[in-house]
Write a protein that binds this ligand. Structure first.
Ligand SMILES: Cc1cc2nc3c(=O)[nH]c(=O)nc-3n(C[C@H](O)[C@H](O)[C@H](O)COP(=O)(O)OP(=O)(O)OC[C@H]3O[C@@H](n4cnc5c(N)ncnc54)[C@H](O)[C@@H]3O)c2cc1C
Length: 419
């Protein structure tokens, strides 16, 4: 079916959820393709490490977001990968103690009013920074900031009302104790991926594309690029000729924020729980983070740190993030527990050169950027990935669906599928 003098119909850049979704669609359609991945492993931001702690630890995605309408829920069932479908108990710790019932109600009411204000702004077409529609004088504003940073990996000043309002959240978010990255790895079985191959330049002069990589040159009729918007904005892949200005502006309008994890091995008796517990911890000042304790009964605490706090802790030097997570943990369970702490590991998605962050959110006024990237360039350069899904952006299943539908569109453009 190859139209041009190409080695393959489609080259797919990236073997994360989007690239693997595209590869499955290409396989389905009987097209020839190649998947090029810079890292020495598949999965991208979906990666379960089972070696570090002796049980599955997701460095990236872990929650089946909107799980009741998430295609990966059925896949977890099919592969026998465990997840939890009931909500865990949730505690908010502020100033060293748990909020009482009355305070929790007040906080929830404030968050509801804030969510309504964002939806109302979006409904009236106001694409502005969240602070423009929020009451930040409230005593609960630090909790709201922490919550938005955790969900969007960015500070509220850099988030767009329309983008936040456009995300489809069914409020069913289920953690995958067997490893979300493991689901993606199982989906990849049988898909040929050329690992350790970094795409350096995509030349789209003339027919098809010529792709220069660290391991040689490949010609394809079309290319699907699934690198993160931050990697693309940073120019990690050169395009010849340059991409249209609108496309380059859309990369910049969708920066990947920061979200990192610190895994802490600790006997759950010190955590004071026998079953799974989620907790947000708000010490004095803006250094809030959240924890998950004893998931699946494990002797383990997972800290989730997001937004500007990641940069601040990294600026403190090596070990700064781990130390802050341990301090926050001990602030809750008591300093005595320090001697019970075993292995500690952190993620560093910002330092991953072909990813450069966690997940993308549109800047204020730029909610339309996602749609710009869904349009192909010259009918042979297609973009896919978490940032491009129309409603499940920032998620793994959104990335997979984006990859799948983009491959179908690319194959249709090549005449291999009905348009
Ligand atoms: C800390 C954290 C927590 C998260 N939690 C959740 C969660 O609970 N639930 C959820 O649904 N989502 C979550 N996410 C988001 C989710 O992991 C991502 O949205 C999704 O995995 C992105 O998939 P992708 O295919 O779009 O991009 P990626 O996974 O980044 O895949 C792109 C791939 O392209 C490769 N690449 C880039 N440039 C090149 C190049 N030049 N040459 C060759 N290869 C290249 C990269 O190495 C990468 O492997 C989380 C992410 C992080 C970081």
């Amino acid at each position: 079916m190859t139209k041009h003098r190409s080695e393959v119909d489609i080259a797919i850049v990236g073997a994360g959820a989007a690239g693997l979704g595209a590869a499955r669609a290409a396989t389905d359609a009987g097209a020839s393709f190649i998947v090029l991945e810079a890292l020495p492993r598949i999965g991208g931001r979906a990666f379960t490490d089972s070696a570090r702690f002796g049980f599955p630890w997701d460095l990236g995605c872990h929650w089946l977001h909107s799980a009741d309408v998430n295609s990966f829920t059925a896949l977890a069932d099919r592969f026998g990968i465990a997840y939890r479908s009931e909500p865990s108990a949730w505690l908010t710790m502020s100033g060293g103690r748990a909020l009482d019932d009355r305070e929790t109600q007040d906080l929830d009411a404030y968050l509801d009013v804030s969510a309504t204000a964002i939806q109302a702004a979006a409904a009236s077409g106001r694409d502005v920074a969240l602070p423009e529609v929020l009451d930040l004088a409230s005593r609960w504003a630090p909790s709201l900031r922490r919550g938005f940073a955790a969900e969007w990996a960015s500070e509220i000043e850099w988030l767009s009302t329309m983008d936040v309002a456009g995300y489809r959240d069914t409020n069913q978010n289920w953690p995958v104790s067997g490893g979300y990255g493991e689901i993606v790895a199982r989906l990849a079985a049988g898909i040929p991926v050329q690992l350790g191959t970094r795409v350096q330049q995509i030349d789209w002069n003339g027919d098809g594309v010529r792709i220069d990589t660290s391991a040689g040159t490949i010609r394809a009729a079309a290319v699907i690029v699934t690198a993160s918007t931050s990697a693309l904005a940073a120019g990690t892949i050169a395009f010849a000729p340059d991409l249209p200005a609108a496309v380059q502006e859309a990369f910049a309008a969708l920066p990947c924020g920061r979200a990192e994890k610190v895994g802490i091995a600790i006997d759950k008796r010190w955590l004071g729980v026998s079953d799974y517990l989620s907790m947000s911890v708000e010490p004095a000042g803006p250094r809030g983070m959240s924890f998950q304790f004893a998931e699946a009964g494990r002797d383990f605490a997972n800290a989730y740190i997001a937004g500007d706090l990641c940069d601040e802790l990294d600026a403190e030097g090596p070990g700064g993030m781990e130390a802050a997570a341990i301090d926050a943990l001990l602030g809750v369970i008591g300093g005595e527990a320090r001697r019970a702490i075993g292995a500690v590991h952190r993620t560093n998605w910002r330092a991953e050169e072909t990813i450069l962050g966690s997940y993308a959110a549109a800047l204020p006024g730029k909610a339309g950027a996602r749609a710009v990237l869904r349009e192909p360039v010259g009918d042979r350069i297609f973009f896919a990935g978490e940032a491009l899904h129309p409603e499940f952006y920032s998620t793994c299943h959104g990335a997979d669906e984006s990859g799948w539908s983009t491959a179908r569109a690319a194959l249709a453009a090549l005449g291999a599928l009905p348009a």
